[in-house]
Ligand binder design. Structure first.
Ligand code: HXC
Length: 261
């Protein structure tokens, strides 16, 4: 009920793009437990669907998501959130998704909304996008990875500035800071995100999955370990049909027709 899903593309046997649209318009897509449960289910279902190559997560024109649902959190007590593992329970599902997830962000991406966008693999922002971690204004702090992912994304100084003052940053500042990979006119947001997803869907699935896995590894380990991990997966690619196909297509000057295996 709190989100809409659709499939795009898939012509000539190509992989499809799954679009998940957060849809709680009355609350600017505030993220509550039912919504996060539905989102987790949708993400895992598309990740398991062999016809899907890429997932786009988006919201409305006004808001990607204005944060965790404050009304649902206001009365909660320490032992309640601690025992039920509030946040980890259904906010971490997205980390299990192995296919690329692109966040297409227009309007507000605040608090848990900004954190959710940062859990995606990259963010394409409409020029209307506004990012922030305003939790401090309501007597808490980021709790879905914001204190860890924001400094990794934009550096300590700007992350501290945003988290400690609660101010918002517009799309241009977010792009300069490296939080988003591109800024596009608001009316072009989905077109651009779908085009990026279609490009990814055209590549071999083994390379796409392994590249995502390796980049994520960069944030979890040392350089030496990360490079060893990359090297192992890189070598394994020579066991894939797609490596033979991709290189043969280049050498015979034709378009590659990946089998995604
Ligand atoms: C619940 C929310 C909400 C939220 C907006 N709404 N954000 N409800 N939780 N996070 C509701 C409003 O109550 C209002 O409902 C309706 O959405 C429209 O919002 P308005 O405030 O009227 O719109 P506007 O004046 O345009 O202001 C937009 C806004 C503001 C600047 C985004 O809504 C805002 O500051 N929202 C809260 C942002 C925030 O603090 N996010 C962090 C949450 S804490 P009614 O019924 O009055 O029309 C968090 C913790 C993460 O995310 C930790 C891990 C999960």
């Amino acid at each position: 009920e709190n989100l809409m899903t659709a499939l795009h593309g898939g012509e000539d046997g190509a992989l499809k793009t799954a679009v998940i649209t957060l849809h709680r318009p009355k609350a600017l897509n505030a993220l509550n437990d039912p919504l996060m449960d539905e989102l987790g289910e949708a993400l895992l279902a598309f990740d398991a669907d062999d016809s899907v190559g890429c997932i786009i997560l988006t919201g409305s024109e006004r808001a990607f998501a204005a944060g965790a649902d404050i009304a649902a959190m206001a009365k909660r007590e320490f032992m309640d959130v601690y025992r039920t593992q509030f946040i980890t329970r259904n906010w971490e599902t997205i980390r299990k998704v192995r296919k690329p997830v692109i966040a297409a962000v227009a309007g507000f991406a605040l608090g848990g909304g900004c954190e959710l966008a940062m859990m995606c693999d990259f963010i394409i922002a409409a020029d209307s996008a506004k990012f922030g971690q305003p939790e401090i204004k309501i007597g808490i702090m980021p709790g879905a990875g914001g204190t860890q992912r924001l400094p990794r994304a934009i550096g300590k100084s700007k992350a501290m500035d945003l988290i400690l003052t609660g101010r918002m940053m517009d799309a241009q500042e977010a792009e300069r800071a490296g939080l988003v990979s591109r800024v596009v006119p608001a009316e072009k947001l989905m077109e651009e995100a779908l085009a990026a997803a279609a490009v990814i869907c055209g590549f071999g699935l083994p390379s796409v999955l392994m590249a995502k896995d390796c980049v994520n590894r960069a944030f979890e380990t040392t350089l030496t370990e990360g490079i060893a991990y990359e090297r192992g997966l890189f070598h394994s690619m020579f066991a894939t049909e797609d490596q033979k196909e991709g290189m043969d297509a280049f050498l015979t000057k034709r378009k590659a027709n990946f089998k995604h295996r």
